[in-house]
Each structure stands twice: as C-alpha cells, then as structure tokens.
Write a protein that binds this ligand. Structure first.
Ligand SMILES: C[S@@+](CC[C@H](N)C(=O)[O-])C[C@H]1O[C@@H](n2cnc3c(N)ncnc32)[C@H](O)[C@@H]1O
Length: 282
C-alpha cells in the first residue's frame, strides 16, 4: 500500500469529497484485507531485524507494532520473542484478520489489537521495550514518527522501522519525480540514519529489502486479487483507477528496482545529552 493511489489508505487518497473518500477507503480495505501483507516485506526480513535488535533471549518484553495491517510482522514477533505485543492499525478490518491469524498460529494470548491513529497513540511514556513498524511510518512522516514514538520507548529500548529508501546517490528522473511527489521524505539510508541520530537514536543495523519482498510477497499476490476486486465493485471508474495506479507503480518498480527499496532501520534509544548551562557574558 505505498503507491500514489494506495500510498496508504489515507495519504494516497485523491478525493476531497466525504462520500468519495469513504468509497476509496472501502476499496483499499477490500483490496488489501485478504492479503498477508499490505506492503513490501518478508518474514525472513522481520527475523533478521529481530536478530539485529539484540532482543532475542530477553524475557517479558512489551512491544508495539504500529501500522501492523493484517499482522505479518506481528505474528513473526510473537513467534520469535517472549513478548506481549500491542498491534496497532487504523482499520479494524485489518485487525480482525490479524486476530484470526493469531488464533490459527496459537499466539493470540500474546497479541492485543488496538484500532488507533499512529499520530495519537494512547500509550504511556517509556512503556515499551521496542516499537516496530513495517512500511507504515511514512503515513505520518519518518522524522515525525521517530520523534513522537521515541517517548513511548524505555531508555535503551529499540526502534525498528522499514521506510522507502533510495539505494543510490543518483536516480532516473522519472523515478525521482514520482516518489518525490508522493513522499517528499524519501531519501538515502545515510540521510535516514542521520535523522535517527539527530532524534536520539543510535543505529544498530540497516538492510534493504530484496526484490522478492516487493514482487513475490506484495505485488504478485495483489495482482491476483484485481479481477475479483473489479467484479465486486461493478467495474466502477474508481476501482479501475485504483487498479491502473497499482499497475503503474508495479511497472515503475520493475523498471527501476535497483534504485529504490524499503530500508529496514534498527536503532537503540540513546540518552539525550544534558542541556549545557548558558554561559553568562563576562
Ligand atoms: C503499507 S501498509 C503496511 C502494513 C503492514 N505493516 C505490512 O507490512 O504488511 C501501512 C499500514 O498502516 C496503516 N495506517 C495508515 N495510516 C495509519 C495511521 N494514521 N494510523 C495507524 N495506522 C495507519 C494502514 O492501515 C496499513 O495497514
């Protein structure tokens, strides 16, 4: 869910009329709710992030998975770590799918779902050992999310997020123009790490998602859902526009896959330097 049509079921919405907005939201929910993932990612990659986080072996962890969708990463975290996980998403329809999957996987007792906006979370200060978020922080913006969520992480706790990232210093104009319009915060890993450091985190690890996370785990399964979606929505103009936009994004990715991916950033919360006392003039 990261394209101009479907950047998220919020950011990508093109309409301003309330009725149209609800229709577009329903379309996006319908397109994505039966999917294992609502964005590029992979179980193997979530496990690698867990390894880099250094949390394995810790007990009684408290973790929030923000923008969890139908919970692909939540289920991996529940399987890999001794943790109580709060899985947050705006859409109860996605959380309902997550609850079914958690029951099926036998990890429901470790997961609590919460329908809330990532911009107004009902969490206490320093409540969590770790905050996780795959492919969702861009909905409020990387820097804004890192800054806001830092407050909920215990001293020395972990932030693990995946975020749209340039893989190279130079990009084709078409690609650059597209993502700059859709997500002006898109940047290189070095720039994202600098944001993390500026906002009170020390990077523990970084890797870029491989192509299979986009093609095998996200775009190809989505393509297979298009026919049913179009039929369920009577081949309306809106559903055809959504499918066309998704196909456009897929084509862009296929042509320029060596220049862009999601970067996975794992970082530890650092202490803030004490304020320097203001020096008084001699
Ligand atoms: C690209 S999807 C990623 C979902 C999941 N983490 C995954 O990788 O499959 C982004 C998710 O963020 C959720 N989302 C978007 N805006 C949100 C907001 N303001 N608050 C909470 N969740 C939001 C969407 O509903 C969606 O499930």
């Amino acid at each position: 869910m990261i394209s101009s049509a479907a950047l998220t079921p919020i950011r990508g919405l093109k309409t301003t009329k309330r009725a149209d907005l609800m229709d577009e939201l329903q379309l996006l929910i319908d397109l994505h709710k039966d999917a294992q993932r609502q964005g590029p990612g992979g179980d193997e990659q979530t496990r690698l992030a867990v390894t880099l986080s250094g949390l394995r072996g810790s007990t009684k962890l408290k973790i929030a998975d923000i923008g969890c969708g139908t919970g692909a990463s939540t289920l991996v975290l529940a399987g890999e770590l001794d943790a109580e996980i709060t899985a947050v998403d705006l859409f109860p329809e996605f959380l309902a799918e997550l609850e079914v999957a958690a029951n099926r996987a036998g990890v429901a007792d470790r997961i609590t779902t919460l329908s809330a906006s990532m911009e107004a979370l009902p969490f206490r200060s320093e409540e969590f050992d770790a905050i996780w978020s795959e492919g969702a922080i861009y909905s409020m913006g990387f820097a804004a999310g890192v800054e806001a969520w830092r407050a909920y992480i215990k001293p020395g706790g972990v932030l693990a997020v995946s975020e749209l990232t340039w893989l190279t210093d130079q990009r084709p104009t078409e690609l650059q123009g597209h993502w700059q319009r859709e997500y002006p915060e898109v940047d290189t890993a070095a720039a994202k790490m600098a944001v993390l450091e500026r906002l009170g985190f020390s990077p523990l690890g970084y890797f870029a998602l491989p192509e299979r996370c986009w093609l095998d785990n996200y775009y190809r399964p989505m393509q297979q859902r298009f026919a049913g979606l179009v039929e369920r929505h009577g081949s309306s103009e809106a559903v055809r526009a959504l499918v066309a936009a998704e196909m456009g994004e897929l084509s862009l990715y296929e042509r320029y896959r060596s220049f862009v991916s999601y970067g996975y950033y794992i970082a530890r919360k650092t202490d803030r330097a004490p304020e320097e006392p203001e020096s008084s003039p001699e």
